[in-house]
Design a protein around this ligand. Structure first.
Ligand SMILES: [Zn+2]
Length: 70
């Protein structure tokens, strides 16, 4: 079963520092004293990670939920 949400527009995010395109990379985020590995755009030059505002504000709950669901 594939979950298609209909909104799959690809975003190209550039690192503000380096001006190069960030590529998806595995990033560990902390939530409720637990680490969750997720994919986020990451600058391979300076290591900066782009965290979408929606993730920073409320999507963490969904990340947790998705992991529990498995
Ligand atoms: Zn950079």
């Amino acid at each position: 079963m594939s979950q298609s949400k209909g909104q799959s527009e690809e975003m190209i995010i550039e690192c503000l520092k380096c001006g190069i395109v960030m590529e998806p990379g595995k990033v560990e985020v902390m939530y409720m004293n637990s680490k969750f590995p997720i994919q986020l755009p990451k600058c391979h030059k300076c290591g900066m990670v782009y965290i979408p505002e929606e993730l920073a504000i409320g999507k963490m709950l969904e990340v947790e939920k998705a992991l529990e669901d498995k």
